[in-house]
Design a protein around this ligand. Structure first.
Ligand code: 5GP
Length: 191
């Protein structure tokens, strides 16, 4: 998605070799017009699929998922990060290791909001090692719903998540795939 790649080149800040900061339009201040275009692009890419629910993870996925949901005309469910180790049997739960903080935490979704027969699209802002998507996919599987695929805004393709999830059979559509980045040379995209 050229508009997105241009914006990442213009406003993205590279931190070391691993982290891309896009706080000015995605992770802190949000460019809702861009989010709407991102939602339209997800809809175009998954136009061959029946989707009746979007599942994302708090906090950064929520805004993107909401704008995407306008194009799919479906509700958004967001997985909540839980500090508690005491997990009720009213929720589906998965462990996720945070890329940015390195901590392992539980993510939970109430059993009220995912059911067998649901056709679920996962949405997230970044794909790095694939932990967040794996956790969300586990929750979908626990619920008996069908996982249709995942829509990602920025995939760091030099990290292993995308390849390993695709190899496991997940359909992953990423709108900008970063091939390499460095503070000195900037960003190159896969295509
Ligand atoms: P993964 O679970 O695939 O290892 O990492 C994805 C999650 O970590 C995303 O939900 C995102 O919030 C965060 N993340 C991973 N890499 C980056 C990055 O370079 N920049 C930002 N802002 N978030 C990232």
């Amino acid at each position: 998605m050229q508009l997105l790649k241009d914006r990442i080149r213009k406003d993205g800040k590279i931190r070391g070799t691993e982290v891309l900061k896009v706080d000015s339009f995605l992770n802190h201040q949000m460019d809702v017009t861009l989010f709407d275009a991102i939602g339209a692009e997800f809809k175009r890419r998954f136009s061959d699929c029946e989707i009746n629910k979007i599942l994302t993870i708090e906090a950064s996925g929520i805004g993107i998922a909401c704008l995407a949901a306008r194009h799919f005309s479906c509700p958004v469910v967001f997985a909540k990060k839980s500090q508690s180790s005491n997990i009720s049997d009213e929720v589906f739960c998965a462990k996720v290791e945070s890329f940015t903080h390195g901590k392992v935490y539980n993510v939970i979704v109430s059993k009220e909001y995912l059911h067998p027969g649901d056709k679920v699209l996962l949405i997230d802002d970044f794909l790095a090692n694939g932990e967040a998507l794996r956790g969300l996919a586990s929750i979908v599987s626990q619920s008996g719903a069908d996982l249709i695929g995942a829509g990602i805004v920025i995939e760091k393709a030099f990290q292993p998540g995308g390849d390993s999830l695709r190899a496991s059979g997940m359909r992953v559509e990423s709108l900008a795939r970063v091939a390499a980045m460095s503070e000195t040379d900037g960003i190159t995209f896969v295509d």
